[in-house]
Design a protein around this ligand. Structure first.
Ligand SMILES: [Fe+2]
Length: 401
């Protein structure tokens, strides 16, 4: 288990003792140009998003056999496909003949996915099925000597808690299963009281934000802004009492003592809890970033995910989804579900102008003199340290290109 030291404050909450060692504020660990330049973004794309487990989408996007959903991870076009065996698989979205993207829209196919160029088609498990006139013969039935060599190229993928993760750097599909299990183990263990097979989508929405992905994560990890930007979620004391949490270098966040919907949960038509929630967890909210791009909130009766695609240095597309227990999807709970979605989407909307102004500020020459505050920003500093380590130090991603 990853070891992080914590300091207990005078009010009894835990503050991580992270990269910020002195009592006074320190410079940010990432240069401002890493938030604005295409060159820095390219380095992060290759060393972070194309090398290791990342959030790629939701399992419900391909709920039924034959559903195909194009997605983009680290700039690579991919396809999520639900097979006849109910397995969700991910492939490179590229026909093995001339490399055409098989589809750029979600589609539902009966048995096979066909490339529109020369009509090569693939079974839902990616195997090459039909290659018309392959040997230039009149009957049209010939095929390659070894069709298995020309199946869609698979990408290591795993479904967990309603989300789909991929690792573009992993070629060994068997090793991928074990490496993913290790990756999420600290969180899976913390949330072992929840049966994620029971969660169902309550609502989802896309937010297209003119800001760098790192600002999205840093703002998510920032408990300091809550009383100023989201006063409705709780009093200042709740933010003061947040416990920093670092379950692993890649799983960092905090535990907020009282959630935005804590009061709604006490009404008679309240949404059912997600599993056997321990008493001490019924009045708190777990807030974790699964590095780099899954931002998770868990309360007793709902689970919220913001997964995002870091499209470019100044654009991030968030896919926000709210899940409830399957017993909470009935008509009896529709008012509460709707209210929950309004509250949670509303909180995220409040962050949008903040993120866009943070991005604007990164173009200022003064933005390399911003500071991180030890009492609030240790977890943000951990995130920045992780980014810096992955891209190869503070000067990686320099715009020398
Ligand atoms: Fe916020």
């Amino acid at each position: 288990m990853h070891e992080v030291d914590f300091r207990i404050t005078s009010t009894g909450n835990r503050v991580a003792t992270g990269p910020l060692t002195s009592d006074s504020s320190q410079r940010a660990l990432i240069p401002a140009r890493a938030y604005t330049t295409a060159a820095a973004h390219e380095v992060e794309r290759e060393r972070i998003f194309a090398a290791g487990w990342v959030w790629a989408g939701y399992a419900h996007w391909v709920a039924e056999t034959g559903q195909v959903k194009p997605i983009t991870v680290a700039g690579r076009p991919l396809l999520m496909i639900r097979g006849e065996d109910d397995e969700l698989r991910v492939f490179h979205n590229s026909c093995r003949h001339r490399g055409m993207a098989l589809t750029e829209e979600p589609v539902r196919v009966k048995r096979r996915l066909q490339c529109a160029y020369h009509c090569w088609s693939y079974d839902l498990d990616g195997s090459l099925a039909v290659t018309p006139y392959f040997q230039r013969e009149r009957q049209g039935r010939g095929g390659p000597a070894d069709p298995r060599a020309l199946g869609l190229l698979p990408v290591a993928s795993r479904v967990w808690a309603g989300m789909v993760f991929v690792d573009l750097g992993e070629r060994d599909m068997d090793a991928a299963t074990a490496s993913f299990d290790r990756f999420v183990a600290p969180l899976a263990q913390r949330w072992s009281h929840i049966d994620f097979d029971r969660i169902r989508l309550a609502d989802e929405r896309v937010f297209d934000i003119a800001a760098n992905w790192k600002l999205v994560v840093e703002n998510f990890l920032d408990f300091y802004h809550l009383p100023f930007i989201h006063p409705q979620v709780g009093p200042v004391n709740s933010s003061l009492d947040v416990d920093d949490e670092a379950l692993a270098p890649e799983i960092i966040g905090g535990c907020y003592p009282r959630g935005a919907t804590g009061k709604a949960a006490k009404t008679s038509d309240a949404l059912p809890f997600l599993g056997a929630v321990p008493p001490e967890k019924t009045e708190s909210q777990d807030i974790f970033c699964v590095f780099p791009n899954a931002l998770l909130f868990l309360e007793a009766d709902w689970f919220q995910v913001i997964g995002f695609d870091a499209v470019s240095a100044d654009r991030t597309v968030e896919h926000m989804a709210i899940f409830v227990d399957q017993d909470g999807t009935s008509e009896d709970h529709s008012v509460n579900r709707k209210r929950l979605a309004e509250v949670l989407f509303g909180v995220n909307e409040q962050d949008l102008p903040i993120l866009e102004k943070l991005q604007a500020g990164r173009h200022s020459p003064a933005s390399d003199r911003t500071s991180l505050v030890p009492h609030w920003d240790q977890v943000t500093a951990m995130f920045q340290q992780l980014v810096a380590d992955r891209v190869g130090g503070p000067n990686a991603g320099d715009s020398r290109a």
